[in-house]
Design a protein around this ligand. Structure first.
Ligand code: FMN
Length: 209
């Protein structure tokens, strides 16, 4: 990196803040206050979205019983998949146990869903497929807004992809409207761990033309 760019970057509070966000998976048992949750949701909806259609939908999960049901269902699906992959029993048990503990011990879960109800519908599959991608991209951006706001509020958070692998199960447990498609789940709480994580330099991921 040139000296000037390094200087600019080092003096950027926003960049330092973004660099400080980490996926944290272990939390203290304290509840997340309602005002904090509303702040996360407000941050989410200010993400950009394709045609400004705001395809994101959220389910706030605080009830322990709901977390348990979700964890059991996701665990059963994970176990089925890992068995089909031919993994050893001990590995499967460890994975399923970790997933269950992570979901049930998080004080707050936010299921990030997407709806295509307001998106455009075309006469060909290719454009419909791009419309789907745009809705997914928009929803992911809302998720990132929440992760950054969580960091700002002093909360730990982590995006979990498991719901994407069993959307129907999640929809049944949470009694979702039929157009709400789970994309991922953010676990949240006051952090009980610190983590460091590096990045490959952007120079390794960029082409200049
Ligand atoms: C689409 C997506 C799916 C992810 N799925 C999981 C997951 O299922 N379980 C998990 O522990 N972390 C998951 N993560 C978090 C990543 O592991 C994490 O972002 C990555 O290791 C970089 O760490 P950092 O967020 O602390 O920088 C996911 C992140 C993204 C963006």
């Amino acid at each position: 990196m040139t000296f000037i760019v390094e200087l600019l970057m080092n003096s950027s509070e926003l960049l330092d803040f973004m660099r400080g966000r980490r996926s944290l998976r272990r939390y203290q048992s304290d509840d997340v206050p309602r005002a904090w949750i509303e702040c996360l949701l407000e941050a989410a909806i200010w993400a950009p979205s394709a045609h400004n259609r705001q395809p994101w939908r959220f389910v706030v999960i605080e009830e322990h019983e709901t977390k348990e049901r979700l964890a059991r269902e996701l665990g059963a699906a994970l176990e089925r998949d890992l068995r089909a992959d031919g993994l050893a029993r001990a590995v499967i048990d460890a994975d399923v146990g970790r997933s269950y503990a992570r979901i049930t011990s998080a004080p707050l879960l936010i299921m990030v869903c997407m709806s295509l109800i307001d998106m455009d519908v075309y006469s060909d599959d290719q454009r419909n497929s791009h419309e789907l991608t745009m809705a997914q991209q928009s929803t992911a951006m809302a998720g990132q807004n929440m992760l950054l706001m969580a960091e700002k509020l002093g909360l730990g958070a982590c995006w979990m992809c498991a719901p994407l692998f069993c959307q129907d199960l999640v929809a049944a447990v949470l009694e979702l409207p039929t157009d709400w498609k789970p994309q991922g789940m953010i676990t949240l709480g006051y952090p009980a761990q610190r983590r460091e994580r590096g990045r490959e330099p952007w120079e390794t991921r960029v082409l200049w033309r």
